[in-house]
Design a protein around this ligand. Structure first.
Ligand code: ATP
Length: 364
């Protein structure tokens, strides 16, 4: 692991719940890692603890094996200040100096170093801004300004660059374009990066691995596919996208449900809460003899796909996401066909479930 944290805990006031609690993280060299979670879950505090802008109450931070901070060692604890950690940091408001050129902005952290200009030029080239060195920041688009801020961090050649919601100031189209471009540059250069964001799409498309955070704790770490397709908890299932939830009785690898006998993601016994993403279901015409078909109550056409809301005889409504060639109309009788095993969510989660709601995850 290049950057590693164990047991990181930070409580801002005695008696308050910790903002960050017992967080373990490990980021590999050349990996792009995202911490994803709702507002106030402790993402920024985690990043600040790693950078050294905050001191933890407990836990350790190591960079390439070197102890940067050890709050577990009692008196004489180790704490390397941020300026000696050599980590790059890109803030949410990427404030550039308006009176300095692009090149001077990129070289800002390298004052007094003989190769400052060459390193700033190299960093600008990495983020695709060669040729704009003499411009003023106000003559750049928002996405270009963001990349100057990135170049300023990269020019210092940090072993890890930490990014706090770096794309949030950009409008939707520019945001996606800038993000894709930055990801490509990071991958080409083998940059190790840690991003924090509350945007699911951003985390899933930008990162190689994602840690999902809730209430100061990490709920799950995995590849985007793992956390999306196989959420461990109800929170992860609902935070990463819409999902259908079903209570049922598990018998080993299968469970009897209103959608028929389903294969499960893992063996379980007794009452379980299952999650099935809308795109893991499809629809078939009910046919004349089909017992208890469902009925399409709503459809939303989105170009390459369609989302259907289907009322089932069990009284629940299910969301089904199909390619746009699978077409049904409102009022059609249909059968819902699961295409993937149902994911068994961890016990204890059921307590989080809002009763009286429809059986699918909240829209995001
Ligand atoms: P956002 O996405 O809104 O930036 P976040 O996940 O980054 O949220 P943090 O900024 O880490 O969350 O805050 C976590 C919790 O700690 C919040 O309840 C916040 O109010 C609290 N907090 C953060 N900084 C301080 C501080 N300096 N003093 C007291 N409480 C703080």
């Amino acid at each position: 692991m290049l950057l590693e944290a164990t047991g990181l805990t930070r409580r801002f006031a005695p008696g308050d719940a910790p903002a960050v609690q017992d967080v373990d993280l490990g980021i590999e060299e050349s990996e792009i890692f995202a911490i994803l979670g709702p507002s106030g879950c402790g993402k920024t505090t985690t990043l600040r603890l790693l950078a050294g802008f905050e001191r933890p109450d407990a836990g350790t931070v190591r960079l390439d094996g070197r102890m940067l901070c050890n709050a577990d060692s009692g008196p004489g604890e180790r704490f390397v200040p941020p300026e000696e950690r050599s980590l790059g940091f890109v803030f949410q408001d990427y404030a550039l100096f308006p009176h300095l050129s692009v090149l001077e902005n990129a070289a800002f952290g390298l004052k007094g170093q003989p190769d400052a200009e060459a390193r700033a030029e190299d960093a600008l080239e990495k983020v695709g801004l060669s040729g704009l060195e003499d411009r003023s920041p106000h003559a750049l688009s928002g996405g270009q300004q963001q990349r100057v801020a990135l170049a300023r961090a990269l020019a210092q050649r940090p072993p890890v660059v930490l990014l706090d919601e770096p794309f949030s100031g950009l409008d939707a189209l520019l945001r996606q374009e800038t993000r894709d471009r930055v990801r490509q540059r990071f991958k080409d250069a083998g940059t190790t990066a840690l991003l924090v964001t509350h945007d699911q799409q951003e985390a899933l498309s930008f990162a190689d691995r994602v840690a999902v955070m809730k209430g100061g704790r990490i709920e799950q770490v995995g590849t985007p596919e793992e956390v999306y397709d196989r959420p461990r908890t109800l929170f992860v299932a609902q935070f990463l996208g819409r999902t259908n939830l079903l209570f049922s009785e598990a018998e080993g690898e299968e469970a009897e449900t209103p959608l028929g006998r389903l294969r499960l993601s893992r063996a379980a016994e007794g009452q379980v809460l299952l999650s099935l993403r809308p795109e893991h279901l499809t629809l078939e015409a009910a046919g004349k003899q089909a017992a208890s078909p469902g009925e399409v109550v709503d459809r939303a056409f989105k170009g390459h796909d369609i989302t259907y809301r289907v009322a089932h005889p069990d009284g629940a409504e299910y969301l089904v996401h199909t390619p746009s060639r699978v077409t049904f109309a409102e009022g059609d009788e249909v059968r819902i066909q699961p295409q993937a095993p149902a994911v068994v969510l961890e016990r204890g989660d059921a307590a989080d479930l809002q009763t009286g709601e429809a059986n699918f995850g909240k829209a995001n």
